[in-house]
Design a protein. Sequence first.
Length: 246
Amino acid sequence: MRNDAELWQARVDLATICRWAYRKGFQSGVGNHFSLMVPGTDDEFLVTPEGLYWSEVTASNLVHCTFDRKIVEGEHGVDDTAYFLHAPVHKAIPAAKCVLHTHMPKTTALCMIKGAKLALSHQSALGYVGRTAYDENYGGLALSWEEGTRVASLMGPQDHTILLRNHGPLVVGDTAAEAWVRLEFLEELCGWQLDAMKTGWELQEVRPEVHADVLARVDKGNAAYARLQLAAMKRVLDREEPDYKN
């Protein structure tokens, strides 16, 4: 059963990361989209409104809709690709409470390079070991339920990230905070990797025997770290963009 206080908190959380993503330069026009499951439901989610920049998103103007595309609450529509990419992922992957899809510049650039994968050359990359899938078969715009289901099917039970070749990244999390931290670290990581590749020097990979220990520590600490970061983001927005909570 839906809890109104929890629903409002979910709205505030999603609005927070929308505003922060805009600040970070992750948005490409008004076409990218974030979504978050409505607490206490298994077929309803909040999604960014069609046609708005993330800088315009507020807690109240997020669209509340169902897996069969009925709008429960909201004055705006839902972009076709937002619905057909996000709803199937939410439905197919119960752990994907939050789904973030962007065309953020550094990660999208890596998605454009044939066969490119995350290089295990920085400690941040180790949080993606065994947690990242790759879609090597771009099939066009996500304009059908089948396309979203295909993307979801490529993600294994432990994957939280998928790099869509010729397209861009999609990241999921159990909370908006966890998904955001993964998305932000991913963009930072891809930026470092591309800069290092420009030197023409060979990348120094982290020794394989270190991978498991670092990954375990990242998995264990991610939720707590994410909560702290989301709280910090809200404090800044409370001072500088308080309308996000409207």
